[in-house]
Design a protein around this ligand. Sequence first.
Ligand SMILES: *Cc1c(COP(=O)(O)O)cnc(C)c1O
Length: 427
Amino acid sequence: MDHFHYRNRILHCEDVPVRQLADLYGTPLFVYSKATLLHHLGEIQKAFAEVDPLICYSIKTNGNLHLCRLLSEAGSGFDVTSGGELYRALNAGGSGDKIVFAGVGKTDSEIRYALENDVFLFNVESEAELHNLADVARGVGKAAGAALRVNPDLPPKTHAKTDTSVKGVKFGLDIDTVLDVAKGVVGNPHVRVVGLHMHLGSPILSAKPYQEGVAKGLILIDRLRDMGHPISVLNMGGGFGIHYRKREAQPASAFAEVIVPAVRKAKCRLVLEPGRFIVGNAGILVSRVLFLKESGGKQFLIQDAAMNDLIRPTLYDSFHRIWPAEPPEGLPAPPDDFEAEIPQTLKQDVVGPVCESGDFLAKDRCLPVLKRGDVLATFSAGAYGMAMSSNYNSRPRAAEVLVDGGRHRLIRRRETHEDLIRPELEV
Ligand SMILES: *Cc1c(COP(=O)(O)O)cnc(C)c1O
């Protein structure tokens, strides 16, 4: 479910025509739907309601303060992976008791910053980190709450670059060493191991890996309790997939079906860290056609968004649906299947202005023949879009707009040329 739809062949975000936003705010532009954002948080809250979970939105997915504030007001906490993300979460109204801190390389100053703000749990990824956490906590006279992040060693589930629970990735403690590591801190007054954490990877389109992961988790929780660690939290991470190609995503209830019974059995508080599921389908990237070009037997559709705005196609071979905001007269409405042959279209590579052959949003994509100035929408761009953007080629970052019914407002202004050089002048 999302609120990007064609009404009389004109793409709207909620009640606002997307071309109007492009005219008003310029392109490239990220456009978000408030109703879609809150709907997806609500779907997870509803699906898991019977175990009253702590939902910690993974802020790395899209850290815009205005979006994060909406989520915080709707009851979400935050999953952070750096001091900068913690700063963002606190500025978005987050409070420490609803924040979990992940990452394999937390620095001492990040740990102190998190302790000062009484974050709920550190998700600990190695033995060295666990002891360092205890040392830093001792230094400031505190006890850190910790969840051991385990790598449950499951079969591959998604793109190799985003699979975090197969053997040989940097994340988590190996499942066969986690108990030995836990033994080393039994009774340590500065680190309380109260949770077990796993994040399986992303995006995951089936509940099966969660079923397998949680089963392994239950066994570990028993063993950790036997050892003397009062485990009261099970954190199953994020990773729930979304619609990129068509309607391929599972509803939150499919994941709840396998996770909730395990949480009940373990008598734990459930923590979830969804990112993509909440914001992914709530945003699109809007761009404008610059030129058409034929070269080497290929058709190129050159438009003004680039890999610096949305790097997922280049980085992960990701597929994003792309369609004009106002398809030319007599041409088909957006297809149900963007990967099928589409009548009255031409296979085109959708590329941007950046100086890399890897700068593309789509390859060999069936699209109508467009003309200069036409507006394009790249769908499902709310997650890992703006968050992974850069200034490569000294391109100012795009603006971001939030739509609420018939209203719209800027939630991040477009960067200027002056923004690009300011940190170099302030030295
Ligand atoms: C990235 C990440 C998430 C969020 O993943 P999504 O697929 O966006 O839900 C959650 N937890 C951890 C530890 C992560 O690294």
